[in-house]
Write a protein that binds this ligand. Structure first.
Ligand code: SF4
Length: 201
């Protein structure tokens, strides 16, 4: 089943909306309204950001439109402080595991594009996934990103099965603790299925 057929119902729902869910005019109007904000306005948004409270679009517009060098420096300093507080100097590595390079799409930058006839196409079986994951664990990997092209072989049910396979593969005390995925666009119901098997992002 092709992409358009698969998501036909979702597209119909989307087409019935009176307007695009990204309202360009509203965004531009908010940006226009907040041209050259005062220092007091900028600092009030920074006070909120410092408390790690989500900013509203109008508040984002104030930061985007700020042209004042003094408060721009304060923005940088706060961003740096929050980044250090939340992430510290930690760097997280993910080892990619290519589950399938079969893809119906043709993105120019990608070796998986369907017009590329120079590669062998494979979708790993669940047993092959176990083998690959064992090798990754033996190398000390704890996090992975599972990569799938867009093809009928990599349905959401297969993706869920492969994520389970990854989590169920153990080597002594070693295991993959976090499996993220890189796959085709999914419907809300399909995303729910993935949440249930415990994907990272
Ligand atoms: S794998 Fe992703 S990036 Fe590559 S051709 Fe398919 S859709 Fe495009």
């Amino acid at each position: 089943m092709g992409f358009l057929q698969k998501y036909q119902k979702d597209f119909e729902e989307y087409d019935c909306l009176e307007q695009d869910f990204i309202d360009d005019e509203l965004i531009w109007a908010q940006l226009k309204k907040k041209e050259n904000p005062s220092r007091a306005e900028v600092r009030s948004v920074l006070d909120k950001a410092e408390k790690k409270v989500r900013l509203e679009p109008e508040e984002m517009a104030i930061l985007i439109q700020n042209q004042d060098p003094e408060t721009i420096k304060e923005m940088y300093a706060l961003a740096n402080r929050l980044k250090r507080e939340i992430y510290g100097d930690r760097i997280v590595f993910f080892a990619p595991l290519y589950i399938s390079n079969k893809c119906a799409n043709n993105c120019k930058y990608c070796g998986f594009r369907h017009e590329n006839h120079q590669i062998e196409r494979r979708t790993l079986t669940l047993d092959e996934i176990t083998e690959e994951v064992r090798i990754m664990i033996d190398e000390g990997q704890k996090r992975t990103v599972l990569v799938y092209g867009e093809s009928p072989e990599t349905s959401v049910d297969f993706i869920c099965a492969s994520v389970r396979q990854v989590y169920n593969t153990k080597r002594g005390k070693g295991e993959i603790r976090r499996a993220n995925i890189n796959c085709a666009p999914l419907s809300r119901a399909e995303l729910q299925q993935l949440k249930e098997v415990g994907i990272g992002t």
